[in-house]
Design a protein around this ligand. Structure first.
Ligand code: LLP
Length: 415
């Protein structure tokens, strides 16, 4: 299996193919390349050759991604009952599915414990009272305890989870909770922690610290309480969003992870989301209005924070490229690409040097495969975009474009 380059930049996408897809499926449009998802999985597998790898499906749950990753043999880490349902529907074996919800709603636990009776999925708990909640539902399946490692990392404070009290059982209380779980007859099979999202070169130290703490915790649980099948140290493997950023050295991350974990009689596991899909997706959007202002040129496009929320929510950088046929011949001007939503935050980039935009131009937004479509919304009564997967020389529709009727169809109130 080909592992491809360490990163696929926006400039490497075939402009003609993208223009053809936009013409056929309209914009805004998410385009996914399953082949790139496969390459990303192959690179992860090559680096983490002996480890358990799951895909954190929250990054992208569309069927081409789930089906592609299922076929590579990775497991599925799910943050909700809905994600479990979709992972199973995409063919993941129950035994490869992990349910890791935070503060699981009652409805979720009802569904998951029901499903666990037939599919041997792992249920991860992040609070002591979750044992009572599982007992009430006669859960006798596989259990994992999520620890709060007290160390966090991430590309933005809003995605650093490791030290936030919301997540996991405080490290020092895990051995007692593990003992209680075993006493109460639960099948304790694993421990889990996640530092945050976007481990980069600088954050590698935090990751290493988390893994070291988990290794120590696991050794103590194994010595005093119970054997363990696995210890999962979470996701967070970063990808370069900027053209001048280098990709992570995966082999170095894998070696650092193993070294920090040390000698533990349980399988080490990781569960990245972003890494599998970020550079396997682009968002296509059309310029509908161009407005020169004294400060910048505003290119008004048909995709906004309801299509891709990351820039508005985290100030995230996404590469933008003009796909106009003559883009290379045009002057480069500072451009603010703004969406159609009535919010100041609704800009995809500000003052970015871009090929002078014209009405009707197609723009591509890079690294949109992770947390793009997945976080889209209907704010301003904007229907969500379509998703198409590249297949052969063309595309295959994966998710149809919403219509306003899909939104109003949920309403039950009429005068
Ligand atoms: N495992 C757990 C328990 C997680 O909560 C997450 C992400 C992952 C794995 C995968 O992390 P990744 O490898 O994708 O970094 N919406 C944000 C990211 C939030 C991620 C939340 N949890 C963004 O757009 O950057």
């Amino acid at each position: 299996m080909t592992t491809g380059p360490a990163v696929r930049r926006l400039s490497a996408w075939d402009a003609e193919l993208l223009r053809g897809l936009a013409a056929e499926y309209d914009t805004p449009l998410y385009v996914l390349d399953p082949e790139r998802v496969r390459e990303n999985a192959a690179r992860l597998r090559a680096a983490f050759d002996a480890e358990e790898i799951s895909y954190a499906v929250k990054a992208n749950t569309t069927r081409p991604v789930l089906a592609t990753l299922r076929a590579t043999g990775v497991g599925a880490e799910c943050a909700s009952a809905g994600e479990v349902e979709r992972a199973l529907a995409a063919g993941f074996a129950g035994e490869d599915v992990r349910y890791t919800a935070v503060n699981p709603p009652e409805r979720d636990l009802n569904y998951v414990t029901d499903v666990a009776a037939d599919h041997d999925l792992v249920v991860t708990v992040g609070a002591a009272d979750a044992l009572d909640r599982l007992d009430e539902r006669d859960f006798d399946g596989r259990l994992c305890i999520r620890a709060n490692p007290g160390v966090g990392a991430g590309h933005h404070e809003k995605v650093a989870t490791g030290a936030a009290p919301k997540f996991g059982v405080p490290m020092g209380r895990v051995p007692d909770l593990a003992a209680e779980a075993v006493d109460r007859g639960f099948q304790l099979v694993g421990l889990h922690a996640h530092a945050g999202s976007g481990i980069s070169g600088e954050d590698l130290e935090a990751h290493r610290e988390l893994v070291a703490r988990m290794g120590e915790l696991a050794r103590s649980v194994i010595a005093d309480v119970s054997s363990l099948g696995f210890v999962n140290v979470g996701g967070g493997i970063g990808v370069p969003y900027r053209a001048d950023e280098d990709p992570l050295d995966l082999d170095a991350v894998a070696t650092a992870t193993r070294d920090a974990f040390g000698d533990v009689d349980a399988r080490l596991g990781i569960e990245p989301g972003r890494y599998f899909v970020a550079d396997a997706g682009v968002l296509l959007t059309q310029v509908n209005t161009v407005k020169p202002t004294p400060e910048t040129t505003v290119a008004g496009v048909d995709a906004g924070m309801t299509t891709l929320v990351r820039p508005a929510m985290y100030g995230s950088y996404h590469a933008v490229r003009s796909l106009a046929g003559d883009a290379d011949e045009r002057e480069t001007v500072p451009t603010t690409v703004a969406g159609p939503i009535c919010e100041t935050a609704d800009v995809l980039c500000e003052d970015r040097p871009l090929s002078d935009p014209e009405r009707g131009d197609l723009l591509a937004v890079g690294n949109a495969g992770a947390y793009g479509y997945e976080m889209s919304s209907n704010y301003n009564s904007r229907p969500r975009p379509a998703v198409v997967a590249i297949e052969g020389e063309g595309g295959r529709l994966a998710v149809r474009r919403e219509a306003v009727a899909d939104i109003t169809g949920l309403e039950t109130w009429s005068e």
